[in-house]
Ligand binder design. Structure first.
Ligand SMILES: O=C(O)CCC(=O)C(=O)O
Length: 258
């Protein structure tokens, strides 16, 4: 599914871009779903976790995401773990990002990154519309997940909640870059990178869909306070997924319910 460079970039930088992972019709349906969601939600901007609706469901169950997740994690089987929509309305005259809000969602140690399958989540950042440089692209420090893993070695990594930059070790992190792209591009990434949002100085909303997958068998009790929400979401999805796609959420669901 992915080429060797994409697989290697994901491991070393925590970012690789795929331009044709999802068919245009799937992107268009998810975009329409997202527009409806934010038109009807009280919250016109921001993150909505665990979204449902046919347009999103056909992304979450798409075999190409499963195959790409298997490739980058060196896994034979993967599971859908979470999903979210990120909608950022125009909110600034000039583009910038807030350094003090940068963070890592889940830290990983050396052993977890060197294991096969890699004991880490992969997050697909699916661009439902163009994200040019001034339209709130996510900002990342490439390779920062590797520096943190080196620093931790075999020490247990803190994985329960996000860690702000001020509480991360002071390492030689690479300069921040923006993850922009064209409608339909998919950034294959990890929230183990130092990352954060940025301002939207363009004239249109930034529309991004997140879908995260784990190698089957990974202990999934990250962000433990959200377990009930996740169970509810995965139950809804497995009800509507195609019969031959239900396996993509079934183990996660069983593990979370234990
Ligand atoms: O808005 C963004 O692109 C960043 C989102 C973020 O920091 C996160 O989901 O943890």
């Amino acid at each position: 599914m992915l080429n060797q460079k994409q697989i290697d970039d994901f491991f070393s930088s925590g970012l690789s871009i795929a331009e044709d992972l999802l068919p245009p019709a799937i992107i268009d349906a998810a975009l329409a779903e997202m527009d409806t969601l934010y038109d009807n939600d009280e919250k016109p901007t921001g993150i909505i976790g665990y979204p449902t609706g046919p347009g999103f469901e056909d992304v979450f169950q798409h075999p190409n995401l499963e195959a790409a997740a298997c490739d980058v994690l060196h896994a034979n089987a993967v599971e859908l773990v979470s999903g979210a929509t990120l909608h950022t309305l125009p909110n600034a005259e000039e583009w910038s990002y807030n350094e003090s809000a940068l963070h890592v969602d889940i830290q990983y140690n050396r052993d977890q990154l060197d294991a096969r399958p890699i004991q880490m989540l992969v997050t697909f950042m699916i661009m439902l519309d163009d994200i040019p440089a001034d339209r709130a692209p996510t900002v990342i420090s490439p390779g920062s997940h590797q520096l943190i893993a080196d620093h931790l070695g075999s020490e247990p990594a803190y994985q329960e909640h996000p860690t702000n930059i001020k509480d991360l070790p002071d390492l030689d992190y690479a300069e921040y870059i923006s993850v922009g792209g064209k409608k339909g591009d998919v950034a294959i990434s990890t929230t183990g990178l130092i990352h954060g949002g940025s301002a939207n100085a363009s004239d249109r909303a930034r529309k991004l869909l997140f879908a995260a997958y784990a190698p089957k068998g990974l202990d999934l009790r990250f962000n433990a306070n959200r377990t009930d929400l996740r169970i509810d979401w995965l139950e809804k999805l497995t009800d509507v997924f195609d019969d031959d796609r239900k396996h993509i959420a079934s183990t996660t669901l069983a593990d979370l319910k234990k």
